[in-house]
Ligand binder design. Structure first.
Ligand code: IPM
Ligand code: MN
Length: 354
């Protein structure tokens, strides 16, 4: 097939991990006879430096025109430690999500047998854990009105959800539950928040439409605990934007490293595929970051955006083999750690030899 991929490497380790993911997509092109066009565009701190805008219109146009977006990471310590900065790299990511209508962020949490010993949890708790977190991505406190008042002495961030926003994400979550093990956990804070009560009310209205799915309601604090205590009890979890942000970082480490988890953001326009980790500025330029989450994001791109299941499966198989062989970066091993590019090359070589 022919497809256009917008490539947004971003900041920090972004360019290095994207480079490895692109080696992999090129290997897949060759192996399966596809023809992809790659269009690079800037976003994040590097775009602020270049044009003063973390998500320039030119970048948005490239994303809109593409069949998929492969995204690295954004963020820069220069901005983290400056709470008064008016323009921030993260605004670029948020605007991209909003402008592309990416209301659903799919974050699969899967353990790798060969890495069970790296999990901070006991092996018997994590072995076989496999669930899908579906995070609402374009609403809630991230996008509500925010500001300062009382001469800058009071700050506020409003959390707002409309019925339409909640319905579309719950519908998608139910559809995933139908395709998986038919258990849906709706995570909220309905004992305190009005938005959560709207979520729960709508979920209760929709549940009878999916009689085969067991719907479970869970407060977010309890969910944070249960992810650690019984990760195997989850199948599909759906939640609002900020709860999803927090819970997926938590869920990711039970697999052994934050550097392993990919994600897909889907919605109204072009889908975006990105690792769930950040820009890891301390590692930038050192060729030590783990490229696996980005390579697995490319696998999700093949499966979700292009419906190329065999290609996605081959990438997954190659990644699993690299982990089994212990051919891994330093976040996973202290002994004989490989570099970012060595891991990418190993995976490419495995793919080409199949
Ligand atoms: C994520 C990140 C972003 C978020 C940041 C970089 C704005 O943490 O994708 O999870 O909070 O959504
Ligand atoms: Mn996050």
């Amino acid at each position: 097939m022919k497809a256009t991929i917008a490539v947004l490497a971003g900041d920090g380790i972004g360019p290095e991990i994207i480079r490895e993911a692109l080696k992999v997509t090129r290997a897949i092109e060759k192996k399966f006879g596809h023809e992809f066009t790659y269009t690079e565009a800037i976003t994040g701190a590097c775009a602020i430096d270049a044009v003063g805008d973390p998500y320039p219109e030119a970048t948005h146009e490239i994303c809109m025109a593409a069949d998929a977006v492969l995204f690295g990471a954004i963020g820069d310590p220069r901005f983290d430690n400056n709470p008064t900065a008016k323009v921030r790299p993260e605004q670029g990511l948020l605007r991209m999500r909003k402008q592309l209508g990416l209301y659903a962020n799919l974050r699969p949490v899967e353990t790798f047998d060969s890495l069970l010993h790296k999990s901070p949890l006991r092996k018997d708790l994590v072995e076989g854990a496999n669930f899908m977190c579906i995070r609402e991505l374009t609403g809630g406190i991230y996008f509500g009105e925010k500001g300062r008042k009382d001469n800058d002495n009071t700050a506020f961030d409003n959390c707002v959800y409309t019925r339409a926003e909640v319905e579309r994400i719950l519908k998608l979550a139910y559809e995933y539950a139908m395709k998986r093990n038919k258990k849906l956990t709706v995570v909220d804070k309905a004992n305190v928040l009005e938005t959560s009560r709207l979520w729960r009310q709508i979920a209760q209205e929709m549940a009878p439409t999916y009689p085969e799915v067991e719907t479970q309601y869970m407060f977010v604090d309890n969910a944070a605990m249960q992810i650690i205590q019984w990760p195997k009890n989850f199948d599909v979890m759906v939640t609002e934007n900020m709860f999803g942000d927090i819970l997926t970082d938590e869920a990711s480490v039970i697999t052994g490293s934050l550097g392993l988890l990919p994600s897909a953001s889907i919605g109204l326009h072009t889908s975006v595929f990105e690792p769930i980790h950040g820009s890891y500025p301390q590692a930038a330029g050192k060729n030590i970051a783990n490229p696996v989450a980005t390579i697995l994001s490319a696998a999700m791109m093949f499966e979700y955006a292009f419906d190329l299941k065999e290609e996605g499966a081959l990438i997954r198989k190659a990644v699993a083999a690299s982990l089994e062989q212990g051919f891994v970066t330093e976040d996973i091993t202290k002994e004989n750690a490989k570099s970012t590019s060595e891991v990418g090359d190993w995976i490419v070589n495995y793919i080409m030899c199949q």
